[in-house]
Write a protein that binds this ligand. Structure first.
Ligand code: SF4
Ligand code: SF4
Length: 351
């Protein structure tokens, strides 16, 4: 489990267990939920449409066997049902905001009943950007509920009437893979629900989403030219778990993300000049466009100059060697900021 999330979750559990620190515990929970939600928003704003319905771990045992879109739907449908139908006995956010229609979902249930390809098919139907808005609306509404809780509320239990209300809402499928949820929630008190689903349930599914993203990036990288147009080796980039390489739809390079169409200035310029990369350009040494605008990343230009002289294969081999000889994340930690010196280090490493 992600160490920071897990530590914060433990801290929250310990704080809410004492009346004197209960409110502080709620604040920690809200902070944790905010961080987890940022992770989801990052994923939605970064990865291509297909990433949300692909199942790179299909058939595996665990939350990562689902899709990104399903995970989002499932986390927040469960939360919506528990917060509104079970605890507050009022209208779910889904119905109050007509989110089923807006998201394009063919169903209102939690999705536990879906199997195999049904998960991918369901995911394809969802408008993920709108789904993120629904998730945010549910989170905000639950956060308000959490802020209003008192220490005495923690022991509140649920009745047969509460249970029937969930069944009557038809928000949980009667399929055997789903209906158990009703008993599961109703056997808990509010304190138990703060864990599942309001905190731990998020952590488990969001960690699974991260695993899915990492795998999709790994898959995208296969068979793709790993040398970026600016000269960087995507195979050796510190971001590689989260990026499929900058010549793929899974490019998460900040320079690309911050430009229209997610096309960085170096790529745009290369495409205009109809060249494969900056290493084929006569203006390379003096160029200050895109990635070359920053003084502290001359190391990337040194890699481009090295590629121009020795070729891509040599750069990859030399980068492997550099990583064997040094422990580093960002290439500038080894090549430094001076262009000539960086180039010399690469040449010396090549031998
Ligand atoms: S700056 Fe452009 S070419 Fe270089 S790694 Fe980023 S997206 Fe790729
Ligand atoms: S002008 Fe600069 S950004 Fe454009 S191709 Fe040449 S080196 Fe790359």
């Amino acid at each position: 489990m992600n160490k920071e999330w897990s530590e914060k979750n433990k801290k929250m559990q310990s704080l809410i267990s004492k009346e004197a620190t209960f409110k502080e515990g709620i604040e920690v929970l809200l902070e944790l939920r905010g961080e987890l939600f940022s992770q989801i928003a990052y994923i939605v704003n970064t990865y291509p449409e297909e990433a949300f319905y692909l199942m790179p771990f299909a058939g595996a045992d665990g939350y990562h066997s689902k899709t990104l879109a399903y995970s989002m739907w499932h986390i927040f449908r469960i939360e919506d049902i528990v917060a509104h139908t079970l605890i507050s006995d009022d209208k779910q956010v889904l119905f109050a905001g007509e989110w089923q229609k807006k998201t394009g979902s063919p169903m209102v249930t939690t999705g536990n009943e879906l199997k195999g390809d049904e998960i991918a098919e369901f995911s394809k139907k969802l408008d993920v950007k709108v789904l993120l808005d629904y998730c945010k609306a549910v989170m905000d509404s639950t956060d308000e509920l959490l802020r209003g809780l008192t220490y005495a509320d923690l022991k509140r239990k649920f009745t047969e009437e509460d249970k029937n209300r969930i069944i009557d809402s038809q928000s949980v499928s009667t399929d055997e893979d789903a209906i158990w949820l009703v008993d599961y929630w109703c056997e808990k008190d509010i304190r138990g629900l703060m864990k599942m689903p309001f905190s731990r349930h998020w952590i488990m599914h969001i960690e699974a989403m991260c695993r899915i993203c990492n795998k999709l990036c790994q898959n995208a990288r296969k068979g793709t030219d790993p040398i970026a147009r600016c000269g960087l080796s995507c195979n050796h980039c510190f971001l590689k778990a989260w990026c499929g390489g900058c010549r793929t739809a899974y490019n998460t390079c900040s320079d690309a993300m911050n430009h229209p169409g997610k096309v960085c200035p170096n790529t745009a310029c290369c495409l205009e000049k109809q060249i494969d990369g900056c290493y084929e350009c006569d203006e390379l040494a003096e160029c200050r466009r895109g990635f070359y605008e920053y003084d502290d990343v001359n190391a990337i230009k040194a890699m481009a100059m090295f590629t121009r002289k020795y070729g891509k294969k040599e750069l990859l081999k030399t980068m492997d060697k550099l990583h064997e000889e040094h422990d580093f994340e960002k290439i500038q930690e080894v090549l430094g900021n001076d262009l000539d010196e960086g180039f010399r280090i690469l040449e010396n490493t090549r031998g």
